[in-house]
Design a protein around this ligand. Structure first.
Ligand code: GAR
Length: 190
């Protein structure tokens, strides 16, 4: 069975959906959870679910060797970013070419790049009075938010929506699609 490592920094709602999907369908295994925040809801949720948790601090990310060792030791096929708010070091990207996926809460290339995460994205979409927004699931390369797009899905933005209303609609799309797109992409991998 293919194995994934899920990286997150926040509440980890996507991570939970991914774990549930993996367990229900048996299409892949969540073998490792990685976080830079021991105090995150994600960390406690993964521990409660019995997933092994690996904590990276900032220094660790610039000296990624031990994390890389753990990922290789566990035969991780795919790294899945689900709200991981640290830049992935180039060495890790080089060690996992085409094997790191990310989800972004907007329609890239719009509203991507540095500083564009979570509510900042939805606030920018609202301010620009976009008629629609959505999600982008893409491969991670050395350029922020610029890897090959695997999947996009769209939702309308209503004129009276605030950022929280947009976020709620986008989050439902993420939960619906991310776990399955991961399974489909894993099938493409040798
Ligand atoms: C998700 O909405 C994801 O798209 C976003 O972080 C959230 C994590 O939510 N990622 C980014 O903004 C990356 N630039 P979760 O912790 O509830 O899964």
């Amino acid at each position: 069975m293919k194995k994934i490592a899920v990286f997150a920094s926040g509440t980890g709602t996507n991570a939970v959906k991914i774990l549930e999907y993996a367990r229900q369908t048996g299409s892949y295994e969540v073998s490792l959870a990685v976080t830079n925040r021991t105090d995150s809801v994600f960390a406690s949720r993964m521990l409660a679910e019995g997933v092994k948790l690996y904590v990276v601090n900032n220094a660790f990310l610039s000296c990624e060797k031990p994390l890389l060792e753990v990922l290789l030791e566990k035969d991780i096929d795919l790294i899945v970013l689900a709200g991981f708010l640290r830049k992935i070091p180039d060495e890790l990207i080089e060690a996992f070419p085409g094997r790191i996926v990310n989800i972004h809460p907007a329609l890239l290339p719009k509203y991507g790049g540095k500083g564009m995460y979570g509510m900042h994205v939805h606030e920018a979409v609202r301010t620009a009075q976009e008629a629609e927004t959505g999600i982008t699931i893409h491969l991670v390369n050395e350029e922020y938010d610029k890897g090959r797009v695997l999947f996009q899905a769209f939702v309308p933005v209503q004129t009276d929506d605030d950022a929280a209303a947009i976020a709620a609609r986008v989050q439902k799309l993420e939960w619906e699609h991310y776990p399955r797109v991961i399974a489909e992409y894993l099938q493409e991998l040798p």
